[in-house]
Design a protein around this ligand. Structure first.
Ligand code: ANZ
Ligand code: ZN
Length: 858
């Protein structure tokens, strides 16, 4: 065997073998247990980054492990190919997004292959393939038919200079990213998916997802945001009609503390009041600029205007002033709140700012209420009502019940469960996405595209120029015939949110070539996904939408499962050092850490000797210029070293700190492993391990089997790949320390090395592929069964130790030959007779003479 470890040669050879034998193509096989291992599909941005490498290595290790455990493993790959970056790149380079995307896919596929992932490439697709997205359109139409898709107007960010809708990420500090113009809010018609119809089930089913991280379940539960409360009406008269202003509150028990009502700027009553009130109108106009996200609303400074208008308190009939407030969301509850500044923090901030009255209506025993310190204590549910007339003395639940009953009797309110979750607006005024299959006819209105005309194919040769959606200007696409009346009509030019594409791609892998249906019976074999792996940034939307699609498809009879992902692993970020310098104007330039020599105390130098400052550790990113190119790394060190480093440097859920020295360490270990095998196979072939071993040979064999047990648990259950690797490293050290003399010794070494190769095969599959063959096996290692620990080998030699209490012999115990001091001491103290002679006295000292004696001094 060649004594030099040459990763380039070894890796090409192993990959060619897997390729030629289609080693990772899988078929449904009812007789075998399936295992579906899935990583989140990549966006084809151009090149793989280290985050991808980490994600896909984790997936591949899990997949290969289960394959060796005898399971029928599916590990597929696809491309999340629609989206904004392709349009931006197109604007910059003048290349159509489709071309750019497909070129990137070709390049990145090559990179994935060079990492040796065990992917069934026969199932690959891109979400921009019409054969895939036609089923987005198909399900959209089915949902439309069933009322699960509907149209209503929605708020978007509007750039008044470019005359175009902006995505949230294109709004920077309230301005358009290209034009810098203040962004306006605009109402335009959009399509919505009725995810709220599933709010209850999406929330309740979280309890059963015990294979998901607690954190992700909590984030989803918060997002769905179930609130138990009440709807309360404040009557008023407007234009001669009796009306009701509805609010939603979770604290009906504070109703007697209401000193104002605040309504959203888009509330119909606000718009009506604005007609006669220029101050209110100006405020409403002001609220039209600024972002539309909830986070922006929550962090914005609270502002409002009085409208001069009053509504009636539903219990007392007293007039209550109506304000328009920018902290009230039109999209939540009723778009209006009852202001209880004595007990609600937001209302208090507002009331303090505008000098509105503040009153106490709750008291907690033993706590002093101070309205000027409202930040410290406000709406505790442990309180009882005070200053609340007939409700005084009632606690939260009793007061809520009593008030809700009184309101109900007057038709001015009732209990209500409110979700924070909103219906999913899927319309995007963008070109590079899945066309929404709707045709607009002047006579018939919005008409669904008939099923036999699907897919509505996106023309791929358009190039956006920043001035709105080029589809809208593409007459060949837009002009069509109305399917209903045959008259001239226009196609919808909005495309679907790319989260639609990723909501069901994992189902399509099971039936990638199905042209007659979204998925077919093969889905029943493979689904649900057994292990899903991806970034925590997808904890909420992607996973929630996927769960929703699964339930919709189930209810349409297309699937038999309730939940798509049984187990979820969210991998941590890959970090690297950040280095920067400042020029005379204070402008910051980031320098790639690879070219920096650190000089201590947070300073360093570039290769040209320029001084740079250390900016701490941060996520690898283009903007901080601290990325590491996986392609270059693989070329220098080999894929196995990159895989080994990423799995060894940290447990998968934690952040991983990039380290050049760490990769070099990985290479050194692989070389050592390679050399150990090379040296071993030089000698005479070994025979079987004899049953009766002793001394060092027996101990090495024990360690080999203990390593099997540990690695199996680390990879199969705990997912702590780093400690699994560390255990194999120790085993290899033990092999290197062991000096085989007899053929029996050689057999033990052989078993240890073969074990190390099998245990490492999921992590560094290329070198293991080669070494396994060098060990004399014809069967490729990917087809070898995962080793199991032999309980007989795990038994240690036992020694008898005498135990004294105060120097007198009181017992004999048997301990493992290799047991450490603490284990011997514990065994001695646990002995019944020894305990009897200690007789409950305090143990002052325990003397251990290794291998011989323990003396307990009391
Ligand atoms: C009076 C009150 C008194 C409230 C008090 C809280 C504490 P969650 O738990 O998130 O459901 N609210 C209702 N609709 C709103 C809207 N459209 N925009 C902004 N705030 C709104 O929150 C429910 C509470 O948020 C409601 O209960 C209401 O304030 C406010 F001591 O009513 B509360
Ligand atoms: Zn028509």
């Amino acid at each position: 065997m060649d004594s030099n470890y040459e990763p380039a040669v070894i890796e090409a050879e192993a990959q060619a073998c897997w390729n030629d034998t289609e080693a990772f193509s899988v078929r449904e096989d009812g007789g075998r247990e399936k295992y579906y291992c899935l990583c989140m599909l990549p966006y084809p941005s151009g090149k793989l980054h280290m985050g991808h490498v980490r994600n896909y290595t984790i997936g591949d290790v899990i997949a290969r492990y289960h394959r060796m455990r005898g399971r029928n493993v599916l590990q597929p790959m696809a491309w999340d190919a629609f989206g904004l970056p392709a349009e931006n790149a197109a604007m910059q380079n003048g290349v159509p997004p489709g071309r750019w995307t497909r070129d990137n896919i070709d390049y990145m596929r090559g990179q994935l292959k060079s990492l040796g992932f065990g992917i069934d490439w026969s199932r690959e697709f891109a979400t921009c393939d019409p054969g895939y997205y036609r089923w987005n359109q198909w399900l959209f139409l089915k949902m439309l038919e069933k009322g699960l898709v509907y149209q209503k107007t929605g708020l978007v960010n509007w750039d008044p200079v470019d005359q175009t809708v902006l995505a949230n990420e294109q709004v920077i500090d309230g301005r358009g990213w290209r034009t810098g113009a203040p962004v306006e809010k605009r109402e335009i018609p959009m399509y919505y998916m009725r995810i709220t119809a599933y709010a209850d089930e999406l929330l309740a089913a979280l309890d059963e997802l015990d294979g998901w991280p607690e954190r992700v379940r909590a984030m989803q539960a918060n997002w769905i945001g179930r609130s138990e409360g009440a709807r309360v009406a404040f009557p008023y008269t407007m234009d001669g009609r009796n009306e009701k202003l509805w609010v939603f509150t979770t604290r009906a028990d504070t109703l007697m503390g209401v000193t104002f009502v605040a309504i959203a700027a888009e509330h119909p009553l606000a718009l009506r009041l604005g007609e006669d009130n220029p101050e209110a109108a100006a405020f409403i106009e002001k609220c039209r600029t600024g972002g539309v996200t909830e986070a922006e609303v929550a962090t914005r400074e609270k502002e409002g205007v009085p409208t001069g208008f009053h509504v009636e308190h539903p219990i007392t009939g007293e007039p209550v002033p109506v304000w328009i407030g920018n902290y009230v969301l039109m999209s939540y509850g009723e778009g209006a709140v009852m202001g209880v500044p004595g007990h609600d923090e937001r209302d208090a901030e507002f009331a303090h700012k505008y000098s509105l009255p503040i009153g106490q209506v709750l008291a907690v025993e033993g706590e002093r209420y101070d309205a000027s310190h409202w930040q410290d204590w406000y709406g505790s549910k442990d309180g009882v009502c005070v200053n609340s007339g007939k409700y005084d003395g009632l606690g939260f639940a009793a007061a809520t019940d009593a008030i809700a009953a009184d309101l109900e009797a007057k038709h001015l309110g009732e209990k209500r469960i409110q979700y924070r979750l909103r219906d999913w607006g899927i319309s995007r005024q963008r070109y590079w996405g899945c066309p929404i299959p709707i045709i607009h006819c002047e006579k018939c209105g919005a008409v669904p595209v008939p099923e036999d005309q699907l897919p509505v194919t996106l023309p791929e040769d358009l190039t956006p120029d920043g001035g709105g959606n080029p589809l809208a200007r593409c007459e060949a696409f837009v002009k069509c015939e109305c399917p209903r009346c045959g008259g001239p009509a226009r196609r919808e030019t909005d495309t679907m949110d790319t989260f639609v594409d990723s909501s069901w791609y994992y189902m399509r892998y099971t039936s990638p070539d199905s042209s007659a249906s979204m998925v077919d019976a093969r889905a029943d074999y493979w689904l649900p996904v057994d292990q899903y792996i991806g970034g925590i940034e997808h904890a909420i939307l992607h996973l929630l939408y996927s769960r929703f699609w699964t339930k919709v498809m189930r209810d349409f009879g297309l699937l038999k499962i309730d939940e798509p992902f049984t187990n979820l692993l969210t991998q941590g970020m890959v970090l690297n050092q950040i280095w920067f310098s400042r020029d005379g104007d204070g402008r910051i330039t980031y320098h790639n850490p690879a070219g920096i020599t650190a000089e201590g105390d947070g300073v360093g130098r570039t290769a040209d000797g320029a001084a740079v400052e250390f900016g701490g550790l941060g996520k690898m990113s283009k903007s901080k210029n601290n990325g590491v190119d996986p392609g270059e790394l693989i070329e220098r060190h080999g894929a196995d070293a990159v895989r080994l480093f990423t799995m060894f440097a940290a447990p998968p859920e934690q952040t991983l700190e990039w380290s050049e020295a760490g990769v070099e360490g990985a290479v050194r270990f692989l070389r050592r492993l390679y050399r150990a095998v090379a040296e071993h196979v030089e000698g005479e072939p070994a025979e079987r391990v004899p049953a009766d071993l002793d001394g060092a040979a027996r101990e090495l064999r024990r360690q080999t089997h203990a390593t099997i047990a540990k690695v199996d648990d680390d990879i199969g259950r705990r997912y702590t790949f780093n400690t699994a690797i560390a255990a194999v490293m120790e085993l290899l050290n033990a092999v290197n320390r062991f000096a085989p003399e007899t053929t029996a010794d050689r057999a033990v070494v052989q078993e240890s090395l073969e074990t190390a190769i099998m245990l490492l095969a999921p992590i560094v599959p290329h070198i293991c592929h080669r070494l396994w063959r060098e060990m004399g096996h014809a069967e490729p290692i990917i087809d070898v069964a995962w080793p199991t620990a032999d309980p007989a080998a795990l038994k240690r030699d036992e020694l008898e130790i005498v135990v004294q209490v105060n120097g007198k012999l009181r017992g004999r115990i048997a301990v493992d030959a290799g047991a450490n001091r603490e284990a011997v001491e514990n065994a001695a103290l646990a002995d019944d007779n020894v305990q009897r002679f200690i007789g409950g006295k305090a143990v002052r000292r325990v003397i251990v003479v290794p291998g011989k004696l323990v003396n307990v001094v009391v």
